[in-house]
Each structure stands twice: as C-alpha cells, then as structure tokens.
Design a binder for this molecule. Sequence first.
Ligand SMILES: NC(=O)c1ccc[n+]([C@@H]2O[C@H](COP(=O)([O-])OP(=O)(O)OC[C@H]3O[C@@H](n4cnc5c(N)ncnc54)[C@H](OP(=O)(O)O)[C@@H]3O)[C@@H](O)[C@H]2O)c1
Length: 246
Amino acid sequence: MAIGENRNIVIVGVGSLMSKSLAIWLASQGWNIALVSRSERNLSAIAAEVRQAQNGKGGKVIYRAADAGEPTILRATLDWCAQELGGKLDVLSYNAARVALSSVTELTPDELEQDFKVAAVGTLVAGQWFADGNANIDRIAEGEWPVFLVTGGVLDKEPVPALASLSTVKAASQTLSRVFAQELPDKAHILVGMPLITGRVVSPRESEYSPTFDADHIVRTVFRPFFEDRVGRRGGKAGWTVERVY
Ligand SMILES: NC(=O)c1ccc[n+]([C@@H]2O[C@H](COP(=O)([O-])OP(=O)(O)OC[C@H]3O[C@@H](n4cnc5c(N)ncnc54)[C@H](OP(=O)(O)O)[C@@H]3O)[C@@H](O)[C@H]2O)c1
C-alpha cells in the first residue's frame, strides 16, 4: 500500500537497529528524513547508509547530534530539523532510550533520573512540540493524518529485574504515549502509534540474534502498518490502532 512520497519524518534516537531500518525503508519510499541521537560519528555513518537506500528518489537525509533528555536542546533540535526539512512533519518517531542492564539493588538515583529524562521527559517534550503547530495537518481532508510514533515494549507491564531502570522509565513513557493517544487526535489532529516489541532486538552479528526479532523484519511487520494506516482514512481517527504488540 502506498505511504506517500516526499513526506517529512524526524527520528529521535538513532542507532544500528530499528531506527536505522525504519530510516532505510522510508528513504527507499522517497521520504525526507532527519536523524537525531548523541553520536555525530554514528549519525554520519548511518546517514550515508540511508542515502544509499534512496534508489534515485531524491529525499533529504539530514542529521543532528543532540541529547533528547534535555528539553531545551530537544526542542531546538526539532525546530532545526523541521526548518531543514522545509516544513511541518508528517511523522515524529520518538525512539530514544538507554537499553542497558541495571539492577534495582545497584541502580543509583542519578542513573534512574537520567534514564527517566531520556525515555519519559523526552516523550513528553517531543509530543508537546509536535502538537504545538509542528505536525502537517494540511492533508487531513484527504484522509492523511500526522502520527507521533513512540517505540516501546512490554516492560511497563512485565518488568524485568535485570532491566530495572528501563522497565521503570518505559512505564512512564508508555503511559504518557497512551495519554497523548487520548488527547492528541482531538486537540491537535495527531494520531499516536506505539510499536511495542516483546523480544530482544540485536544485530545479526550477536549470538542472541533471532530472525523473529530482526530489525528490518520488525519495521516491515510492526512499523509499516502505522504508515499505511495514516493515509486513506475515510473515517478520520475512527478505527486507528494505537498499540501494535509484536
Ligand atoms: N532493542 C530491543 O531489544 C528493544 C526491544 C523493545 C523495545 N525497544 C525500544 O526500542 C527503542 C530503541 O530501539 P533499538 O533498540 O532498535 O535501537 P536503535 O533504534 O538502533 O537506537 C536507539 C538509539 O537511541 C539513541 N539514544 C539513546 N539515548 C539518547 C539520548 N539521550 N538522546 C538521543 N538519542 C539517544 C542511541 O544513540 P546514541 O547513543 O548515539 O545517542 C541509540 O543508538 C527504545 O525505545 C527501546 O526501549 C528496544
């Protein structure tokens, strides 16, 4: 199903896994893409791979190094991305989190606070920024809605002791996403999508790799339906699926 060409997306939290797969797929569809994470070196390499996937379709691929856990920096970065992409965003993907082991008996207050800022405060700031006049609502009459896409899992409902901090902050981030999902369609004409991944996604080079949780496969099966369903919406927001658990 067509997902449109020459649309604008910012992906916040970009690494070698799902975010890169998403960017590569969208580049192949002619989307304009802004990539945001902290490592300029990684961003530069990923942007080069994304450009290679464009297949002659001339979308923009830009990137900016920034810490999404700092609200002022995140807002300024999102402003910069929208300006460079040349307009409002069709999709804002909030994907940043520190995916790392932590034990509840050793986790420090500072670590928990930092993780909370990236996962939860970043989700809040990104969602508010998007709703504050930065989503492209010009095509809603044609059935095409902007989407705030927040990547998550099931740690909010099934916390894992070895991921104590991530489980805790994801509970906050996913609750925020669910509240945004109730408020934004009416208040800002934005739909909210939550791709929720139940397994471990790692690179094919790692021993724990499973093809079921291959990043490209997940983008095709879980992310792609959000992009297909945001267009051709005859019933408006009715019937939109907020959470896709895989
Ligand atoms: N991997 C899994 O097994 C899995 C499973 C379920 C859900 N998820 C969720 O999926 C999302 C991550 O996707 P992924 O694991 O496939 O990784 P990914 O999309 O390849 O990369 C995520 C990137 O987020 C960036 N990031 C972390 N902290 C940041 C910050 N403060 N500001 C800006 N960027 C930041 C990191 O890059 P820098 O270090 O360069 O900033 C990291 O490479 C997370 O929300 C995670 O909770 C992952």
